[in-house]
Structure formats: C-alpha cells, structure tokens
Design a protein around this ligand. Structure first.
Ligand code: SF4
Length: 524
C-alpha cells in the first residue's frame, strides 16, 4: 500500500474523536465501505451505527473505507486493502454510488461480478436505501443485499458471519439467506420482506465518530424518528421507512447529554422532525441543557414556532424548505400538502427571526408538468424574495421516478424537456439576491436508470471502468442497452424488478398515530 495513503489515513484519524482501532488477531474483519467521499460518508448515521455496533463485539473488527478517486480502496483504521477483509458491507445511500462501488471493487483486484469472484474473496453485502428499494439491479454484483433497516438484525447478521467464516462460500450464503431481510440472489425465494426496527429506543442512532471534515462536522447527530407520515407521491423515503416511529424524549435527552460532551450543537435527524409528537418538550429540554439545535431541512407545514426560534437562537445560518413544485396544481398532484401561503409565511417568519439565508428545493420534470408550472416556480421565488430580502438559494433537480412510490411507473422526462425547462428557470430567476443551483440532466438520467434497473443492467455494470459519463455510455453501448429502456413509462401490467421486495408493514394495533394527530389529512 502506498505511503501517501497511509499518511492520509493517519491524518484523518488524528482529527477524529471516537474512532476504534482494534487488533485483527482472532477477529472477523469487516470493511464498512461507503462508496462516496469521506466528507459525505461521515455524515451518514447508518454508517455510524454499523461501525459502533460491529466494533462493540469482541469477535469483529470493523474499519471504514471511502471512495478516493486517486487511490485503491483501503481502510482508515489499520490502512488495510479492501481485499484483505472477510466481508465488505457496502452502505449505498445514492444510486450513483453504485458506480463508485464497482470501480472500488475493481481497483481492489476483485471482480465486480459476484459469480467471478474467487472462493476466498470477501463476501460483498450491500445495504441502505438503494438496495432496499431495488436489489435486483445489484443481484449480479453483490453476494447479498440487506432489505430494510439493518440495525433490526445486526447482531444476528454478525453472529452468522462470525460462525460461518471458515465454511465454503456457498454454505455461508445459504446461512445468510435464512436471516430476515437478507436477500441472497439465486438462493433466496422472493418476495423478501423488508425489515424494520419496532422499538427505536432499543436501537440508539447517533454520531459515533466525530470529525470536523464532514458536512455536519460541527454537531452531534441524533435520529429522533424514522419514517414520514406525509406520503408525497414522488418520495422514496416516505415508502421504505414506513411505519412512522418516534423515539422517547427521555432517550433523546440522554443521547444529547453524551453528545454535548463533544459538540455544543445537537443535529436532529429524521424525515419528519417538525412532525415529532413532543417537539416542544424536546426542544425545551435540549435548550435548558445549553444545546444549540440544528436540522438539515424542514417541512413547510407544520413549522412549529418553537423549532424555528430554537434554530434562530442557535445561530443557524440557513433555513431550508422544500416546496418541490411552483404551482398549487402540481403540488396537489404530487400530494405535497403545502400551499403558497405556507411558503410565504415561512419566508416572512424566517426574515423576522433574522436567518441570513433561505434555501428552497424544487423539482422539474414532474408527471403532468407544463411550462406554466415551471414559470410558477419563478413567480413563487419572486414572492418569497419580496418577503425575505437576504440571500435566497434555489436548488432545482430533475424528478427521478423511484421504485415503490405511486410514480414508479411514470416515465422520466426526456433530456431536451429538462434542459429547456432548466433554461427557462435560469432566465426567469436572474436578479440580485437569488442564486440558482440547477442539477445537470445527464447524471439525473443515469440516476433514473440505476433506480429502476434490472439484472441485465447489473450484469452490464460489471464492465464499467470508471464513474464517468463517457465510461457509462461505453458500458451501455457494448451491452446494447440504452437509457430509454429504463426511463420509459411502465405498463400497468408490466412486472417490475423491485416487486421482489415486500414493503408491507404495520405497527401493533394502537401504536400507529392517526393522520389527525399530525394535524393533516392524508390525501388519496
Ligand atoms: S414530507 Fe418529505 S420525507 Fe415526507 S413524504 Fe414528503 S418528501 Fe418524503
């Protein structure tokens, strides 16, 4: 391994708190691969939970590996090359990270295709939202995929991995296939039931390793709830984290006590932070402990005064809101449940509380969208701007139809339409105080292909040489595939690759909150 990589890993460790460096002797080594940069990966609570829970076991040693374009993949803790580990546990949060994972395997001297890997090669197990939504794309690439929330089954998974370490590969995979949530291609019999944690308080989810070199590096992250009650029609998170579950205030306060030893800001994580049942009490107790409060983004409605005020008093620089569509008509069509007056009132309140910046997220290319809906984005931003005179940043991303959502059979808008609507926005959003950040069409379409891919595409991906558009197109051409095959509308009776995942779930009777308790009606 190159001395430069060792030096960089040691520099990283020197800036961290909470890293675990264990001796490998007699332990099963697991590489926790996050196929994106250290900066992105270290804000992933999923990765942090795996790290803490695996390393708490005396029979395992877990080390982190991140995407580094200039280096063959190796671990941070003991600077070991990835192919020396017994297991590669890859957390895939974003579809495009699949491309990094393939290139990382190749650079580690491993075939990206599972069937071509040697008997003694590490087992590759993928987990996270991407495999949970559509493991079929990954079937030719991984040995197993975890469907759902891994913390529900981590101990059993660890036991099986450790107990079967000396067995032939085929028997190890057979043993894995008996675990709930584990999908072993060509061994498991679909459908695979998605697993989820019934009692969140029993599975604390918070920062384990702290570093200043990540997006949320100045805070200690705590997950307060999982799932979202809103049911926006485009949203994958709203589907694959059901049912909605919340942690108790007392559990969160004790995690915050620990966190305040390291950071003075507590970052509250959850798809539905402002829907949290006891948000006022939680904030009051955290503030009484001297904590500053941060959240990554907020629902436009509800926007509790206690939360907004706590963020402002904590010195938050930015309030982030996601109206998603400009016109009332389109917001209703995607079931966003946000009205124009909600957005404007949020902007006024943000101005009143002195936030320096407002970030607004929108999508273009939504089903049924017209040029008028895109013009409505510019109009809404203009109205926001007249109420919020500081900096407004507008993020616009192309809509990508995702598995398991009500829009899963919708086509993705063609590149020409997306480009034209993007330019329309760029022309109409010119002006002082407004910055437009427009996500490129080409990569969004790659994301769309990967989100709804199948085994044929997965096999073709085995030949991908680099995570670039040119390499992607070469790979598609040589496999005689094209993007349209995956981005087109799917017929009502057409079978879908991701239908092998059973997403049904239910909390025990009496534990599920009603729509009324959130103060809104679920739109059909
Ligand atoms: S409110 Fe946000 S997290 Fe919830 S379903 Fe809608 S987009 Fe998804």
């Amino acid at each position: 391994m190159k001395w430069e990589a060792v030096r960089r890993a040691r520099e990283i460790l020197a800036r961290e708190e909470g890293a675990v460096v264990k001796d490998w002797g007699g332990r099963l080594p697991i590489a926790l691969v996050y196929p994106n940069t250290y900066y992105v990966g270290m804000s992933s609570l999923g990765l942090q939970v795996l790290y803490r829970r695996f390393n708490a076991r005396p029979d395992l040693v877990a080390e982190r590996v991140f995407w580094d374009p200039g280096q063959p993949p190796s671990s941070i803790e003991n600077q070991q090359p990835v192919d020396r580990f017994a297991v590669i546990a890859a957390s895939i949060s974003f579809e495009l990270d699949i491309l990094h994972l393939i290139v990382m395997l190749r650079r580690a001297g491993l075939s990206p295709l599972a069937e071509q890997r040697e008997e003694d090669a590490p087992l590759v197990i993928a987990g996270g939202p991407v495999p949970t939504a559509n493991p079929e794309l990954l079937a030719p690439l991984v040995d197993a995929a975890f469907i759902g929330e891994a913390d529900a089954e981590l101990d059993r998974l660890a036991e099986v991995l450790a107990e079967t370490a000396a067995l032939p590969r085929r028997e190890r995979l057979q043993a894995l296939s008996t675990l709930p949530g584990l999908y072993v291609p060509n061994v498991s019999t679909p459908p695979v039931q998605r697993v989820w944690v019934a009692d969140l308080d029993a599975c604390p989810t918070h920062s384990a390793v702290l570093t200043p070199d990540t997006e949320f590096g100045d805070m200690y992250l705590i997950e307060i709830s999982r799932g979202c009650p809103r049911g926006c029609r485009f949203c994958l998170a709203g589907q694959i984290y059901r049912p909605v579950r919340e942690r108790s205030v007392s559990a969160l306060v004790s995690q915050a006590e620990e966190g305040l030893r390291y950071r003075d800001t507590i970052g509250l994580v959850g798809a539905a932070v402002s829907d949290y049942r006891d948000i006022d009490e939680l904030l009051a107790r955290l503030r009484a402990m001297g904590a500053r409060i941060a959240v990554s983004s907020l629902r436009v409605r509800p926007l509790p005064e206690s939360l907004l005020r706590a963020l402002a008093e904590s010195g938050s620089q930015t309030l982030t809101l996601a109206p998603e569509a400009g016109s009332e008509r389109l917001r209703r069509a995607i079931a966003k449940g946000v009205r124009r007056e909600d957005v404007l009132s949020a902007a006024e309140r943000a101005a009143g509380l002195g936030f320096p910046q407002l970030k607004l997220y929108f999508m273009i290319g939504l089903p049924g969208e017209t040029d008028d809906d895109v013009a409505a984005i510019a109009e809404l931003v203009g109205e926001v701007r007249s109420r919020f005179r500081r900096r407004v940043t507008v993020h616009v991303t192309p809509f990508v139809p995702k598995p398991h959502t009500p829009f899963e059979r919708q086509p993705m808008a063609d590149a020409a339409t997306l480009d034209r609507r993007g330019q329309l926005l760029a022309r109409s959003l010119r002006g002082p105080g407004v910055t437009l950040r427009l996500e490129g069409t080409a990569w969004a379409r790659v994301q769309g292909v990967l989100a709804r891919g199948d085994r044929t595409l997965g096999r073709a991906l085995g030949a991908l040489q680099a995570p670039t558009l040119a390499a992607w197109r070469r790979m598609l051409r040589s496999a005689e595939l094209d993007e349209e095959r995956y981005l087109r509308a799917r017929g009502r009776d057409e079978s879908l690759p991701w239908s092998i995942v059973d997403q049904s779930c239910r909390l025990p009777a009496g534990e599920e909150r009603t729509a009324e308790s959130y103060g809104f009606a679920i739109e059909s």
